[in-house]
Ligand binder design. Structure first.
Ligand code: NAI
Length: 435
């Protein structure tokens, strides 16, 4: 670790200002097999990325700006664009250090590559990261809109190597503000021709993953099961609705926001509920007496501390990057006899929902519905069954099997535009984007 990676983000932004750096990038040079920074002053961060084996995976580019008016640190991590433009949501999140910020973008961008490839979308993987607490951010609606307009300008400057969407801490209204400045966004409101909030289809996709897991274990349907849900937000709420439709016996749930508990009680008066409001970072719900646990709050919740406490046979939820350490924790789950459905296998519907925004809409769209049914080999249900079968046969964890399939698919070239995203990254580097 070097001193620059440990810098609090506010100090890093002050450093950039002193150095007169308004935009910067780190670009992977495939010929030299090294990370090239936009400015020599940022070489320590390029060295950190090049040496990292946990989250850095030859990401094609990481671009960032200090937004000209609001001063917010806004970035885009472009992981792999063989299948098409890097696509994934933008989050507005609090990061302690430069390293935390970079790692989140790298990890999530890679996760999107895997998810998009497994879903069979002609998209690569990327993620937007905006750092709360940098620049002006007084919580007012006017400033919020301005922050996203500036992110839209940033997107336009990236010439389409990354296409953004909604994510944690952002809304479809924020996407509308981005859309007012760029064509490179999705998840825009329906009245602007977009697909709107993707959370309901995401929840249904997760339920299909649960059903595949139950079928694989010979546990029948979801009827009569107890499901524990961590996070009663945009995904958690419709998830409970779909579980109620499938006549589960009981839902146990937690959220850090007491209003969510009240809302769920009002929405599902008929359902047996055991809800609690917890402190941030409380993962006790994962240890509930349940058949299935669904992490639908934040990532990194499955690790050496929580895994031994899990009593459910199945973990299947929407949260991205649920494993604290992807190289270790899938094995810990397997050894503990817990069937873990990899997040990037079952939470694809959010991105599927917005993937075809440009091609228009039809009722009961077959391009969309096929992901949720059983007719298509690559539907969530069928692919989940295939992954579970291969995992059992090979003695590997489902996450390893899904990862191998996703890796291979992610290197297939887009049938029309080829590896254009990488060409865009290269031209941004050559064209002096950061000057
Ligand atoms: P959200 O922000 O609407 O809901 C998350 C909920 O979790 C909030 O109500 C929050 O208060 C709660 N929470 C935070 N920490 C908690 C804790 N320790 N214990 C219990 N509750 C806690 O987010 P959303 O959209 O529902 O997404 C949930 C997860 O699913 C996120 O990780 C997101 O990245 C992922 N995801 C969401 C998609 C979507 O379509 N919304 C698509 C794919 C992934």
């Amino acid at each position: 670790m070097n001193a620059m990676t440990r810098m609090p983000l506010a100090d890093f932004c002050a450093f950039l200002e002193r150095e007169g750096i308004k935009r910067f990038f780190f670009v992977w040079d495939p010929a030299e097999r090294t990370v090239v920074p936009s400015h020599p002053q940022l070489q320590p961060l390029a060295d950190f990325l090049a040496a990292d084996t946990r989250d850095f995976d030859e990401h094609e580019g990481f671009f960032a700006q200090i937004a000209p008016e609001t001063g917010v640190l806004q970035g885009a991590s472009v992981h792999r664009t063989c299948r098409g433009q890097a696509a994934g949501g933008v989050r507005f999140w609090t990061y302690d250090t430069v390293e935390d910020y970079l790692r989140d973008g790298l990890r999530l961008g890679l996760g999107m590559t895997l998810k998009n490839a497994l879903a069979g979308l002609w998209w690569g993987g990327g993620k937007g990261v905006m750092a709360r607490g940098t620049g002006k951010d007084d919580g007012s609606p006017e400033l919020r809109r301005r922050i996203y307009e500036e992110y839209g300008d940033f997107m336009s400057s990236l010439c389409g190597c990354y296409v953004t969407a909604e994510d944690v801490g952002t809304s479809v209204e924020d996407m509308a503000a981005i859309f007012s400045r760029t064509r490179f966004t999705t998840c825009i409101p329906g009245e602007l021709g977009g697909s709107g909030n993707p959370s309901v289809p995401t929840a249904l996709g997760v339920v299909r993953g649960m059903e595949a897991a139950c079928a694989h274990l010979g546990l029948g349907t979801l009827e009569g099961k107890t499901v524990a849900v961590q996070g009663l937000g945009h995904v958690g709420e419709p998830l409970i609705g779909f579980l109620a439709e499938r006549r589960v016996a009981k839902v146990i749930g937690t959220d850090i926001d007491p209003a969510r508990e009240t809302a769920i009680r009002e929405l599902f008066p008929e359902l047996e509920l055991e809800l609690r409001t917890v402190e941030r970072g409380d993962n006790s719900v994962l240890a509930a007496e349940a058949d299935i646990v669904a992490p639908c709050a934040t990532g990194g919740v499955l690790g050496p501390e929580t895994i031994p406490t899990i009593k459910a046979r199945i973990v299947c939820g929407a949260a991205n990057n649920q494993l604290e350490d992807p190289q270790r924790d899938d094995e810990l789950l397997r050894e503990a006899g817990v069937l873990y459905m990899p997040d990037f296998l079952v939470n694809r519907m959010g991105i599927v929902n917005c993937a075809d925004e440009g091609s228009g809409y039809v009722d009961e769209d077959p391009v969309f519905e096929r992901h949720l049914g059983t007719d298509w080999d690559n539907s969530i249900y069928n692919l989940s069954l295939e992954v579970l079968r291969k995992a059992e046969e090979s003695g590997q964890s489902p996450a390893r099997v899904a990862l191998a399939i996703a890796e291979e698919r992610s290197r297939e070239l887009h049938p029309i535009s080829g590896h254009r995203g990488q060409a865009i990254v290269a031209s941004l580097r050559k064209g002096g984007w950061a000057r």
